[in-house]
Design a binder for this molecule. Structure first.
Ligand code: KG4
Ligand code: ZN
Length: 309
């Protein structure tokens, strides 16, 4: 990154093929692959950016939350480079990174903002009053939205990675033909485990009758329930505390229906920013941006168990 906003290179090695045969991420393989790939990826990133190590002012690395083996590899490589190149190193919260991905798309975007971060392990509504400060307003009581999509995809026989496959199948279905309940908890909390069970029972009841069209309709219904539940709370938060900027980010923000409906729900009440698909799912540029704006030097005023510190 050049400063906190301009991406010079953003190299991604996807592990999808590595994990596919296991139907999900295998933590041990993920960590090992990080170790094997990182040195080459770093060379590639520097080459594409046209930058020498001596040009660098600051290194940023994800310090959590995430798979501990992968985090350890990243932190080890980061600390090694910082020592070898005699550069400062900052540890960045992964969830902050998702919010900062939005800043890469809009150079003029500044807090205060309301954020909905939806990833594989988190569904969090946060207010960000200023750079480096996050306050959790609502979160999930059980599964995260991404996790729910991945599990539903598995039930529908779509394999791994589930979220994008369910998104594709839902485009050919009609949610009204197989309606599923929309989770609704009081306040700003989410819950997706009941919806998951509803899908399981519906599939069991349909049995042999669950053909391709029924599965597509169920994918559409499941997606609609998750998306409407997420946006209902975003809507409530925005009504309760009006703010000029809203960010929807994280892997699930790549979802087609969520992108369309978020724009309709926020409408002209605030400026909505959703990063482009390649910046919604995990990437290094967002971590560098968050590192530039504070990284470990700032703290979130929340309970550490919520994951935002
Ligand atoms: O942020 P992310 O890339 O990694 C984590 O930090 O977890 O999010 C990954 C999650 C996965 O659960 C994946 O299924 C979901 O994002 N996802 C999607 C879509 N693309 C990725 N879910 C629904 N629709 C999509 N198009
Ligand atoms: Zn993520």
């Amino acid at each position: 990154m050049d400063g906190g906003r301009r991406v010079l290179s953003n190299v991604i090695h996807s592990q999808v093929e590595l994990h596919r045969e296991f139907g999900g991420v295998v933590p041990e393989l993920a960590a090992r692959d990080h170790l094997e790939r990182l040195p080459h990826l770093l060379d590639l990133a520097l080459e594409k950016a046209g930058v020498q190590p001596s040009d660098i002012d600051l290194l940023a690395v994800t310090r959590g939350p995430g798979l501990v083996g992968c985090l350890l590899v990243g932190a080890g490589v980061g600390a090694g480079l910082a020592t070898a190149w005699a550069k400062p190193l900052t540890g960045v919260n992964h969830l902050w990174g998702h919010i900062y991905a939005a800043m890469l798309t809009r150079p003029d975007l500044e807090p205060p903002l309301l954020g909905l971060v939806v990833s594989g392990a988190h569904s969090d509504l946060v207010r960000m009053p200023e750079h480096g400060r996050f306050e959790v307003m609502g979160r999930t009581r059980d599964d995260a939205a991404g996790e729910a999509f991945d599990k539903a995809a598995r039930m529908l026989g779509l394999g791994y990675p589930g979220g994008p496959a369910l998104d594709r199948l839902a485009r050919t279905g009609d949610a009204r033909r197989q309606p599923l309940p929309k989770p609704s908890l009081p306040g700003l909390e989410f819950s997706f485990s009941g919806l998951k069970t509803a899908l399981l029972y519906r599939l069991r009841d349909l049995g042999e009758e669950a053909g391709e069209q029924e599965k597509a309709d169920l994918a559409a219904a499941f997606e609609r329930s998750v998306v409407e539940s997420l946006l209902e709370k975003l809507d409530q938060a925005l009504t309760r505390e009006p703010v000029a900027e809203v960010v929807v980010a994280g892997g699930v923000a790549a979802n087609t229906l969520l992108r369309r409906r978020a724009a309709e729900v926020v409408a002209d009440r605030a400026h909505l920013t959703m990063p482009p698909l390649e910046l919604c799912t995990d990437n290094a540029a967002m971590i560098a941006a968050a590192g530039f704006y504070g990284g470990a030097n700032q703290s979130a005023t929340v309970d550490p168990s919520l994951g935002w510190v």
